[in-house]
Design a protein around this ligand. Sequence first.
Ligand code: SAM
Length: 243
Amino acid sequence: THFGFRQVERSKKASLVAGVFDSVAAKYDMMNDLMSMGVHRLWKRYTIDCSGIKPGQKVLDLAGGTGDLAAKFSRLVGPTGHVVLADINHSMLSVGRDKLRDKGVVGNVDYVQANAEALPFPDNHFDLVTMAFGLRNVTDKDKALASIFRVLKPGGRLLVLEFSKPTNDMLSKTYDWYSFNILPTMGQIVANDKESYQYLAESIRMHPDQDTLKGMFENAGFERCDYHNLTGGIVALHRGYKF
Ligand code: SAM
């Protein structure tokens, strides 16, 4: 199936986010490794391990960016399955598409420019939707959750991997210092782009904590919602089912 590229509406936050990801796209993967000291790979691996994905299934990797999750899902669903890598940002999507093609990930992956708030897919279509480090960038998160709910099949699940609230005071303070001082400085030195990494720290601070996000899942209609803290709650993996 080919859904084609779609134009998107942009609010103020949306254009800020667009600027950030246009700016970081080319160096995104390298910066991810540097800033998380490689740990984002473990968070993503845990997400894959929790996905319960099977050959032949349909997966939407939403806000999929440079495609780390989509590449793994492509292998796991096999030739009878289908993966859609969707992202609102054309620059991130093209870096992702080039990377996956270079890795030989072809045949069962489609690339779609789409806003999580208004997904251009049929109802009851996907077995699994994943969103890694994407939800905090979305302007209307409730709208995005409702849109994801709509495109999931009954029995399907949503996994959201996102920065969250550290559970321990010491860790929280150290992490705050790291995010507001070290990250923007590294952004300045390595990518000559302090603002984007300042946005990163601010967006993490603003994002709903574990229990608030779980409540938002429930409001959108998801059931059996739970979450698992990773790295002391710096990141959490939220899960919910559509029945
Ligand atoms: N999932 C990838 C990963 O884990 O490496 C990329 C995460 S990156 C931090 C966040 C992505 O969210 C960006 O590629 C950005 O363009 C995308 N994004 C932001 N707002 C979005 C929206 N409303 N709909 C879809 N994607 C969005």
